[in-house]
Design a protein around this ligand. Structure first.
Ligand code: ADP
Ligand code: MG
Length: 355
């Protein structure tokens, strides 16, 4: 499990603001001093606040999802990371290096070698084969042909497109083209992947397959990934952590479970209310500490089933079906909590376990 507190941040955004428009600097000043809203900024300065004071750290190897509705600023924020966009204010660090301090040559190098990007619609060169498309970035870096085609071949195998390398892009389905895009982004073996709604334009079934395939790949590759989506289900399936954006601001950052159990505000609560909790909420979130439980109850522990603290609701339901007694929750072999049927059912409902 990645620990976002102790691991090295691979990517860090500090108080990033992006305001589009000719008077962006004045507009930012007005936002900070007079507290103008997005609409007021638009009216007074003819500027768009796309990203508002966004800060986050993604740790090495993490899949960090940024989720928000269309127009909430996701693409603008992620484009700062490879400096396709420069911030109105704030800092962007990659492995502790301020990327806005890089000169043109250093920036080209970092984009070519360290960061891969996949977009919603992968634009492939129509008159080149799939393999040549994947090798393109290496060609621009003057890597010799045999080597780059060999690398391209390996990356196509990774995304399970071997057999298609000599086809033209137009012969591929949308899902396959997105996989070519992913192979192309990985050709230089970057340590960072930026994925801006890579699966959003695909049919649900194909999308699901690509999510699974990507997760499998991500486990092997250990790349730090910023994954953007407007779909909370997708964010929950893919992300180690999720940042939720609204109107340019990051309103909450947390693991899927943290966000489901403690939405930061009404807006997030509304988003998460229909999400199935069975595979997300764990025993430790719905248990009562054992000492607390034993104050009001007696318990013959020899008759209780046991579950690890990270068992999910689905597993707890199976235990509850097979046993009448409350479930004992274990952490490092020690009994730390108790879950009664009542708590379990409240947990499934997403209501307070003490109700
Ligand atoms: P998302 O990716 O979440 O859909 P975007 O980052 O594309 O959101 O856009 C955030 C806001 O910034 C939107 O209001 C959008 O219209 C505006 N915006 C994005 N790019 C530009 C631009 N180049 N000029 C002016 N406004 C822009
Ligand atoms: Mg976008």
């Amino acid at each position: 499990m990645l620990d976002s507190n102790t691991e090295q941040p691979a990517i860090e955004c500090r108080n990033v603001w992006k305001i589009f428009g000719d008077k962006s600097v004045e507009a930012l000043h007005a936002v900070k001093t007079r507290g103008l809203t997005k609409d007021q900024v638009h009216e007074e300065y003819d500027c768009v606040v796309a990203v508002a004071n966004a800060s986050f750290k993604a740790v090495e190897g993490e899949i960090f999802c940024i989720m928000g509705l269309s127009g909430s600023g996701k693409s603008t924020l992620v484009r700062h990371i490879n400096r396709l966009i420069e911030p109105t204010a704030g800092d962007i660090l990659i492995e502790n290096e301020d990327i806005n301090a890089l000169d043109a040559k250093q920036l080209r190098k970092i984009r070519a070698e360290k960061i891969g990007m996949v977009f919603q619609h992968t634009a492939l060169l129509p008159h080149r084969t799939v393999r040549e498309n994947v090798a393109l970035g290496l060609e621009l870096r003057h890597i010799d042909e045999a080597h780059r085609l060999n690398v391209a071949q390996k990356k196509l195998e990774l995304v399970q497109l071997d057999g298609w390398e000599d086809r033209m892009p137009s012969e591929l389905s949308g899902g396959m083209q997105q996989r070519v895009g992913l192979a192309r982004a990985m050709a230089a073996d970057p340590s960072i992947l930026l994925m801006d709604e890579p699966f959003s334009a695909l049919d649900p079934l194909i999308r699901r397959q690509l999510q699974d395939q990507f997760l499998e790949l991500a486990r092997e590759m250990n790349k730090t990934t910023i994954f953007i989506t407007h779909d909370l289900d997708e964010a929950i399936r893919i992300g180690n952590r999720i940042a939720i954006m609204k109107d340019g601001e990051i309103v909450q950052i947390g693991t899927p479970e943290q966000i489901i159990m403690a939405p930061a505000n009404e807006y997030v609560a509304e988003f998460v209310k229909d999400i199935s909790r069975l595979k997300l909420v764990s025993a430790q979130s719905i248990m009562r500490p054992i000492d607390d439980y034993l104050k009001d109850n007696t318990l013959d522990q020899s008759l209780c089933p046991r579950a690890p603290h990270d068992a999910d609701l689905d597993e707890l339901i199976n235990l509850a079906i097979d046993h009448e007694n409350p479930i004992l929750v274990l952490k490092q072999d020690e009994e730390v909590g108790v879950i009664t049927k009542r708590q379990l059912l409240r947990g499934i409902q997403g209501r307070d376990i003490n109700e």
